[in-house]
Design a protein around this ligand. Sequence first.
Ligand code: GAL
Length: 408
Amino acid sequence: MVPTFKHIALVAALTLSAAAHAQKAEVIHWWTSGGESAAVKELADAYTKAGGTWVDAAVAGGENARAAAINRIAGGNPSTAAQFNTSKQYHDVIAEGLLNDIDTVAAKEGWDKWLPKPIIDSVKIKGHYYAVPVNIHNPTWFWYSKAALQKAGVAGEPKNMDEFFAALDKLKAAGLTPLALGGQGWQEFITFYSVLLHVGGKDAYLKFFKDHDAASVNAEPFRKTLTALRKLHGYVDAGSPGRNWNDATAMVITGKAGFQIMGDWAKGEFSGAKQTAGKEFGCFAGFGPTAPYMIAGDVFVFPKTSDKAAIEAQHKLATVFTAPATQVAFNNKKGSIPIRTDIDSSKMDICAQAGVQALKDPARHVANPDMLMTPDMVGAVQDVITKFWNTNQSVDDAVKALQGALKG
Ligand code: GAL
């Protein structure tokens, strides 16, 4: 058959749409707060600049977004990429053969040379890279409003838990909300493991999360942690239940609350409100200059597909996300630290610089709970903590319930 003009036009149109399709990437993520949206826009803009088409699939709430990604994979209609935490959250999906590896990009860009070891351990499974890490977060930071602390007469940063409680008392007496907390399971869980790490200590934290050692739960450091957690509840306002984390950050930004214990994604909200670290707000990653520094963060995985165009889009995403310029622009807005160790950190704010310093000292590193436990066990522990936080359950009963959760 001699091709007619109509045929040629049709073929041209198909070729064009294939080229456009080659660049199209649907990305599931849970970055919906002000700071998070500004940060993910940097990733989207960089992808667009590189010739791609970004299809934004934001789902509010980490648990919801991860469930949506897994449901799409299981239903045979996966997105091009999906966000998870730097952890074991996606290891089952790898074991089931449902993710594409990203080895060619990793080799081309030299990931082995500049990715920190704890991150590699979470994304490189049996010798293959299955996720592109985009940042390093530490979920256990303390944030405070300088204006609120001044109003309450708190002189300096608390250097231990007793001083922290003394500061909370002063804030309470000044009529402010001492501790801003969003009463959602994952935020209560962060409060718990921050106290375990910074009050119970690194050993107690590791015995529990890494060794799953039931006896350690009844030992003094752990009981002290639960007692401190119970006491902290007395410093949270009545509006806490169900509150979003960024609304809790807003209470610190406006000086209505003194402190928030939250990951450094909170910094994205402070910078969105044009506040500067060290000026309107302060930060400390635990008590004292050698406090353990928790390593967490975000990655994107690439669901299995044999569609050549989709694989090209996956490779382009991984390349663009890790490019030095994207890393700087994205992490500045996100409040996190770049995953590349070959980036100049001198222009970062003082909290990020403290983080970079801590990361240089492997003795301070500690893996986050999701790196150390399966998602099921994390879920069981979180449920116990939420019950303990929201009821009058005794420390003895919480100890028993946590020992039960460790049995898996
Ligand atoms: C974490 C994630 C952060 C931040 C936070 C709140 O799981 O690592 O990037 O977005 O949730 O949404």
